[in-house]
Write a protein that binds this ligand. Structure first.
Ligand code: FE2
Length: 242
């Protein structure tokens, strides 16, 4: 018999649901104190190990989904998915979505004056291996304006969603790039208090970089616990765009 223990509810470093500089959190954040539901078997388990059947095959190369290569700087993003004890999370799905190199999403609400790329959809899906490792290939997304305030631009970022071993460990977050001056003036990134914000910034890595092919970035994800990767402040909301 497998002993199933509750997952930690560690809030340190997580963004508040209300962060007024991020304007849409004002109408969307809860008005009442949260009610914490007990963690029963439903929350402590998940469909780990059978993702292939549930989600379809891996889409690890976002630059190889159309007739030709997309425009932009080709990059490899790699890392590990770990649980609150630092153990690898095996066989879990990471879903990926992002803007193209010009900063444009394929979405009806995204109508700003930047081009679509007919060779880039901006969606992928990978499954971690036995050591919790993942790797995907894409192009570096561009910055884009988002109307939160005058002259508001989102830093380059990649949206990630992971369920982990149980429903209580689901995490939706955004990964940033280390040399981006927009991070420090971005209300979404700044909803995560310092120094935890730094956990959302990937690290350039020459070992992950492939000669004559792509720059490499490392980004580890920790589901829950003291070292947890901060969540997207709009976790679970209408987060396709921002
Ligand atoms: Fe975005």
């Amino acid at each position: 018999m497998t002993l199933i223990l509750p997952y930690a509810r560690e809030d340190a470093g997580q963004p508040p649901s209300l962060h007024p500089p991020y304007v849409s959190t004002v109408p969307r954040s809860p008005r009442q104190p949260l009610v914490r539901i007990p963690q029963t078997l439903t929350e402590l388990t998940g469909p780990a190990g059978c993702w292939d059947n549930l989600m379809g095959e891996s889409l690890f190369d976002l630059t190889d989904q159309h007739l030709a290569r997309p425009l932009g700087q080709r990059i490899v993003v790699a890392g590990r998915v770990l649980d609150e004890q630092g153990r690898p999370v095996r066989g879990t799905v990471m879903e990926i979505w992002q803007a193209n190199a010009a900063g444009r999403y394929i979405h009806k609400k995204d109508q700003w004056d930047a081009p679509h790329d007919p060779n880039f959809t901006g969606a992928g899906r990978v499954i971690t291996d036995d050591e919790g490792r993942y790797r995907f290939v894409t192009v570096r997304p561009g910055a884009y304006p988002w109307g939160n305030h005058h002259n508001a631009w989102r830093p380059s970022h990649i949206h990630l969603s992971l369920l982990g071993p149980a429903f209580a460990t689901r995490l939706v977050t955004q990964m940033y790039f280390p040399d981006d001056p927009l991070i420090e003036i971005d209300p979404i990134a700044n909803a995560v208090p310092s120094p935890y914000r730094q956990r959302l910034v990937s690290r350039f890595d020459i070992e992950t970089t492939q000669p004559d092919w792509a720059l490499g970035y490392l980004f580890d994800v920790v589901l829950r616990g003291r070292g947890a990767t901060p969540l997207d402040p709009e976790y679970g909301e209408d987060d396709h765009h921002d």
